[in-house]
Design a protein around this ligand. Structure first.
Ligand code: FIX
Ligand code: ZN
Length: 460
């Protein structure tokens, strides 16, 4: 008779030669390792009404609004005339009662309701609304971060947004788990409006970018960098983005943003391939995707080898080229499966491709959450897919003659879920703790003491 070994837990440095045990260990490491969510649209609690939470916000997420128009007999104009409660009721009835919630975004709501023990087949939203209304704000955030396995969240902060500016200028102390990222879309994608806004604030700029303009825009960025302490600067770019180019964006990149990134040792995140307002009547749900040029990002990396870039492309067709570009430029860190790519089939494909071409030297996912509780579904769904892709990679390694240890698996997952990003933005490495649950507790407690260390080494 063979001995039953099922309850013998391998030590952390024992080589895992059994396929089932390997799969179990990878799933456990992926589920227990805290995530540094590097791009969201969430806000620290101190931003008040900018924080979105609860079932009405979950259901009026623009991903679901777009899907509702495909099945409900309503025009966008009539939809926008409804109150948020009415819109949420319509989305629920259309996508969850009259239809099966098969899409990724609809399944996401099911995952969230289920995580809180709510009825996922309810005929209406009465009980769900009552549940979210009864939650205390602070304990609810703790619970959501815990259910999502997220230690840190990066916000998207627009220095041109008046509602945000009021909070920043108030000098409030923010929950240290929420980090800033300074968004450059208004500056780089709408220069005439940005120039007018800057002029009205007293900056000596003109739309032709003559005289002191570049210096003044840099001064504006310096003020906001001091105010926000952002981990990186970011911009979303259209599918026809080119660099070099004969346009205002090229000049602003060369004369303002890149010098600023250099001076503050701050990475620049490029989010490429969005076609804004393909159907404007759908508002936030009306943006589309286009295949973009990875060559533009290669040129930026080549000409600015002393600047660190993060990059994500919206089109599936750009993913392989991005991996190849990252192999050529050590100052380029691919991240996430953005927006229309955030579906299990595509995350699976892209993560496998990245593991094959880049090993663990990338950031597999970000949530892009706009509503607090979305963290739960986005990370549960992504973790399952990343665990499968990683298991397959270790199985292939095993078949070739090398078995991995639990410690090696943990090291790889930590690197992808937080270490690569922390290193990129110059944050102290929080990955030395061995116990993951303890580590999460420690991270949330100690995050307030972490500071951006300028001039950290590039990831080789
Ligand atoms: O530009 C962005 O950061 C995009 O993620 C958003 O504009 C988009 O609306 C979104 O929420 C995608 O997930
Ligand atoms: Zn986003």
């Amino acid at each position: 008779m063979t001995a039953d070994t099922t309850d013998i837990h391998p030590t952390r440095d024992e080589r895992l030669t059994d396929g089932d045990e390997l799969r179990r260990q990878v799933a456990e490491a992926v589920n227990r390792t805290p995530v540094f969510d590097i791009h969201t649209h969430l806000f620290a609690p101190q931003f008040g009404a900018l924080n979105l939470s609860g079932v009405d916000e979950l259901l009026t997420y623009h991903y679901l609004v777009a899907e509702t128009f495909r099945s409900a007999d309503i025009t966008p104009e009539n939809f926008w005339r409804m109150s948020k409660t009415e819109q949420a009721d319509l989305v629920w009835r259309t996508l969850f009662v009259e239809n099966t919630p098969l899409s990724e975004a609809a399944r996401g709501v099911v995952t969230v309701l289920d995580a809180f023990g709510l009825d996922t087949s309810a005929r209406d939203l009465k009980d769900a609304r009552a549940f979210f209304r009864s939650q205390g704000a602070a304990s609810h955030i703790e619970r959501v971060l815990d259910l999502a396995g997220v230690s840190d969240v990066v916000m998207t902060n627009d220095p041109f947004d008046a509602r945000e500016a009021k909070v920043w200028e108030g000098g409030t102390e923010f929950d240290a788990r929420f980090h800033a990222a300074m968004r450059m879309d208004v500056l780089l994608n709408g220069w005439p409006q940005a120039a007018a806004a800057l002029a009205s604030l007293g900056y000596r700029v003109d739309v032709e970018m003559s005289g002191a303009t570049a210096r003044e825009v840099r001064r504006f960025l310096d003020v906001w960098i001091a105010r926000m302490s952002p981990l990186y600067m970011a911009v979303s770019l259209p599918d026809d983005f080119t660099f070099p180019a004969d346009d205002a964006r090229d000049r602003l990149l060369r004369e303002v943003v890149l010098p600023s990134a250099r001076a503050h040792a701050m990475p620049l995140a490029l989010m490429v391939g969005v076609r804004r307002g393909v159907n404007p009547s759908l508002r936030a749900a009306g943006d589309g995707v286009g295949r973009a040029s990875v060559v533009a990002v290669e040129r930026l990396c080549a000409e600015n080898s002393d600047v660190r870039f993060l990059a994500t492309f919206l089109s599936r067709e750009n993913q392989h080229e991005l991996c190849v570009a990252a192999r050529k430029f050590a100052n380029l860190l691919p991240f996430g499966c953005w927006w229309f790519l955030n579906n299990p089939s595509i995350i699976s494909e892209v993560t496998r491709e990245r593991l094959e071409l880049l090993g663990a030297s990338f950031v597999p996912q970000h949530s892009d959450a706009r509503v607090l509780e979305q963290l739960i579904y986005k990370w549960r769904h992504s973790r399952a897919v990343v665990a499968d892709a990683l298991t397959e990679a270790y199985e292939r390694l095993l078949a070739s003659g090398r078995a991995v240890t639990r410690a090696e698996i943990e090291r790889d997952v930590r690197r992808m879920f937080s270490g690569n990003f922390r290193k990129w933005v110059g944050l102290a490495d929080a990955s030395h703790a061995e116990g993951d649950a303890d580590e999460r507790a420690r991270l949330s407690g100690a995050a307030g003491t972490l500071t951006v260390a300028g001039g950290s080494e590039l990831n080789g």
